[in-house]
Design a protein around this ligand. Structure first.
Ligand SMILES: Cc1cc2nc3c(=O)[nH]c(=O)nc-3n(C[C@H](O)[C@H](O)[C@H](O)COP(=O)(O)OP(=O)(O)OC[C@H]3O[C@@H](n4cnc5c(N)ncnc54)[C@H](O)[C@@H]3O)c2cc1C
Length: 554
């Protein structure tokens, strides 16, 4: 939140320096009538010169990226005209005059795209099996009941009333024919019916994210829990309850109880570490109320194949994370206050997961009651198939991801755009994060909404310039390529402590402990996508303070 205020401040300054007269106080909706008139006059544009192309695609200095993002933030902040629902899309008998945009997915990238899109300009439909946006950074908290699932979900239909939605899974993309095949599964009681349909598009936005990568390790798929979707978090929450109930059964030996109450988390990236932090909070704050006699048996094991936790953070913060995790102790008086709750196993590759034990590459076995796999992501079959069906992609080697150019166009597939976890930008790989996906979604919405001719070698501004980005951010009449501004990374460690790392050009600003936690909470609250979500998350936090986490297994 603070960084955005800073960006807006810089933008105001930039605008003032250029003089108010030079500004066109336009936004995407207010200029709609002129924009369609402009589009009619677009001529087949000559490709930009080599010099211009370099200017458009080169990685600019940090300060330029900050100023450009500030211009974008300010453009977005300008008042928008309310968009009325578009009426029926073409496939439901609506007018065929508008270009058809089909968006695959309802996650970070898709949400930012449809949020910024002028739906009056397009016949836009979202296709996704999930009819809501999910705030993934708080899924680990949802898995132990710190927040409720609905508090971090937002119905996708409410994001932009001019955009249609179909609850279906895309099963195949024909980039050449500009069609997609979809599958809708309708269940009524025990009976399920599968309905297939196809859609045609002028532009397809592929924002389907990624899938969990098990690296083909035997037993992971069958025996581990995952943390990717709401259903995963719900399963973990029920699974934790199951372990405590199973361990309560009379007649078990101490060793059996300890095995059942060993929670193994595989992967010490942000998801794994945050889950361990949340789980320890739950164990320390709530288990004593319900299962005090079981506390001495509870163990948490964080298993990591490399020799580090939280690779994306700098080494000082990694050390601080390790110290915080290892300092967690059980609150049980019988266990003694010096007994660690968390064991971090580094350089411990998982070889196989059996129903009740994990085999590590060094021969050690870890008995467990519940194992959560948080060790990486990989491409979805839909994305791999699409990449394989486009000859140009074969020569670019996106390793299963779609290779896109600087304007997020899938190389070799005109009319197909892609963003988020399922893409890699040619020569400029970026981390698979919500920050990247949402910045890309907002960038693409701007290209589609403002006066750009999207058909050339680089999107060209046509007619009057709209807003600050076209005035000051673009170059030689063309849209600059996407540049990512890293606003910093955060990780919750549990016990009201968090890490914060903000990269300002070459320098790194770091925060740990309670200060990091205050920043983590304020950023995550402000980054919720609606006031409804902000209120619900704040209420959940207050609720657990007052009443503890809800342990009922509904
Ligand atoms: C537990 C967890 C914690 C995380 N924490 C952070 C964090 O703190 N900070 C951060 O920056 N990033 C975080 N991430 C990463 C972040 O969530 C992803 O990078 C981000 O979601 C990627 O956005 P996306 O739009 O590419 O895909 P997603 O947000 O994953 O959305 C993909 C969408 O596509 C839909 N879909 C899938 N297949 C199909 C299909 N065949 N047809 C149609 N639709 C389909 C899905 O239902 C979903 O709606 C976290 C991820 C997880 C799982």
């Amino acid at each position: 939140m603070h960084s955005e205020l800073l960006l807006v401040g810089i933008a105001v300054l930039a605008a003032a320096l250029h003089g108010a007269d030079g500004l066109h106080p336009t936004n995407r909706y207010l200029k709609r009538s002129t924009s369609s008139a402009m589009r009619a006059t677009v001529e087949a544009s000559a490709p930009p010169s080599e010099d211009t192309m370099t200017k458009l695609t080169a990685q600019p200095p940090f300060a330029t990226v900050v100023v450009n993002k500030a211009l974008e933030a300010l453009d977005e902040a300008l008042p928008k005209e309310k968009v009325q629902p578009n009426g029926a899309p073409e496939y439901l008998g609506g007018p065929p005059s508008k270009e058809r945009v089909v968006v695959l997915g309802s996650g970070w990238g898709a949400h930012a795209f449809i949020d910024g899109l002028d739906a009056d300009k397009y016949d836009c439909t979202v296709v996704s099996p999930r009819n809501f946006f999910l705030f993934t950074p708080m899924l680990a908290g949802a898995a132990v009941g710190t927040v409720e699932y609905r508090s971090i979900s937002q119905p996708i239909r409410s994001v932009n009333p001019g955009v249609g939605y179909l609850e279906a899974t895309c099963t195949q993309i024909d980039a050449a024919a500009k069609t997609i095949e979809c599958e809708l599964v309708v269940c009524d009681g025990a009976a399920c019916e599968i309905r297939d349909f196809s859609l045609s598009f002028d532009h397809l936005i592929v924002a389907v994210g990624a899938t969990t990568n098990t690296f083909g390790i035997p037993g992971v798929q069958e025996h581990c829990f995952f943390l990717k979707q709401v259903e995963d978090a719900a399963k973990v929450r029920r699974g934790i309850g199951n372990c405590f109930e199973r361990a309560s059964v009379p007649g078990l030996t101490d060793a059996q109880r300890e095995a059942i109450l060993t929670f193994a988390v595989i992967g010490a990236g942000p998801t794994g570490v945050e889950f361990v932090g949340e789980l320890c909070d739950f164990i320390e704050q709530d288990v004593p109320r319900f299962y005090p006699s079981l506390l001495p048996y509870v163990r948490v094991k964080l298993i990591e194949a490399s020799d580090k936790v939280l690779m994306a953070f700098d080494s000082e913060l990694q050390a601080s994370a390790l110290e915080t995790l290892r300092s967690r102790v059980s609150v049980s008086p019988s266990r003694g206050s010096d007994k660690p709750l968390v064991e971090v196993l580094l350089s411990a590759g998982v070889k196989e997961v059996k129903p009740d034990e994990i085999l590590l590459s060094d021969g050690v076995t870890v008995p467990y009651g519940l194992a959560v796999w948080a060790a990486g992501i990989g491409p979805l079959p839909l994305v791999k198939d699409l990449a394989q069906s486009i000859p140009e992609q074969a020569s670019l080697d996106g390793r299963g991801k779609l290779v896109v150019d600087n304007w997020l166009r899938v190389c070799g597939a005109p009319g197909v755009w892609a963003l988020g976890d399922c893409v890699t930008i040619d020569q400029k790989p970026l981390p698979a994060t919500a920050q990247v996906a949402s910045q890309q979604g907002a960038f693409l919405a701007r290209l589609f909404t403002r006066n750009y001719d999207l058909s050339g070698a680089a999107p060209k501004i046509v007619g009057a310039k709209q807003g600050l980005v076209q005035q000051f951010g673009d170059a030689d009449g063309y849209a600059k390529g996407f540049n990512f501004l890293n606003l910093g990374i955060l990780a919750y460690l549990g016990d009201s402590k968090a890490l914060a790392q903000v990269n300002v050009d070459e320098s790194v600003v770091k925060g740990t402990g309670a200060a990091g936690f205050a920043l983590w909470r304020s950023v995550y609250l402000s980054k919720q996508v609606s006031w409804r979500n902000r209120a619900l998350v704040a209420i959940d936090w207050a609720k657990i303070r007052l009443f503890g986490r809800d342990m009922t297994r509904l």
